[in-house]
Design a protein around this ligand. Structure first.
Ligand SMILES: [Zn+2]
Length: 254
């Protein structure tokens, strides 16, 4: 079927390339891109090119975004949709980048009808039908094993494709919602129990916050430390492999 967007994308890819030296430097600096084949890296590069052409990356509070910074954000954002395509980010128009952590102000109404205002210092946020917000300081920082802020926030956007974030993104044909829910519910229950016991947790305790955070945090681990997820929650690893249509453990070998 003829589509204007497809035509525009083909035209852009035919006449534009990323600045190669900068792109190679970004690829070399990101551990989670290790092991991608030449073909996968070529696909990723095309996704990044389209991502940067179609989405607005905006530095706020005086932050000037260089090409290298844009590439670093886009490369990590595009990895989860490498086998899915950029249309999975059709609800992402804007990425706001703060220099450091930012104070978010949220209002919510409780069951008694009282409106509460919360303020929290955050390094990232994803809004339903709204922007992704990132702290550059957190994007640039050396993350602990299995932690990746950009993958986390963009996983929320995938989750929001079928309504409010709840840990269940739209699944592909052939995948079972019942099996997904069973595997994630079991993992979530274990994480909550572990968090309540206290002590050191293997995975980020934030995964025990709610099912949406569970999906986002385990997606980070899936891409950034796949062996850790496969070792502790093999069923969830299997579900994410089906969803993202990638097997990071094979390419990273750990
Ligand atoms: Zn989150």
């Amino acid at each position: 079927m003829w589509s204007f967007r497809a035509w525009r994308r083909r035209r852009l890819l035919a006449k534009t390339t990323l600045p190669q030296a900068q792109w190679q430097a970004v690829v070399a600096s990101l551990g989670l891109l290790r092991g991608l084949s030449t073909g996968e890296l070529r696909d990723l590069q095309q996704l990044v090119l389209l991502f940067l052409a179609e989405k607005s990356l905006v530095g706020v509070q005086g932050l000037a975004l260089s090409d290298a910074m844009r590439l670093r954000i886009a490369a990590q954002a595009c990895l989860p949709v490498l086998a899915l395509g950029l249309d999975w980010y059709r609800d992402v128009q804007t990425v706001l980048v703060y220099p450091g952590g930012f104070i978010a102000r949220h209002e919510y109404q409780d069951e008694a009808g009282v409106v509460h205002v919360e303020r929290a210092a955050l390094s990232g946020e994803a809004w339903e039908r709204g922007p992704v917000i990132l702290s550059w300081e957190a994007v640039a920082a050396e993350s602990p094993a299995g932690v990746n802020l950009v993958v986390h926030e963009f996983a929320h956007k995938l989750d929001m494709l079928n309504g409010a974030a709840n840990g269940l993104p739209p699944l592909h044909e052939g995948m079972s919602v019942r099996q997904w829910s069973a595997d994630f519910s079991a993992a979530y229950a274990r994480l909550v129990a572990e968090a309540e016991r206290g002590g050191v947790m293997l995975l980020d305790a934030y995964a025990a916050q709610d099912p949406a955070e569970c999906f986002a945090v385990l997606s980070e681990v899936f891409f950034a430390a796949p062996g850790l997820l496969q070792g502790s929650y093999p069923e969830v690893y299997g579900q994410l492999r089906l969803f993202y249509r990638q097997d990071p453990m094979v390419r990273l070998g750990c």
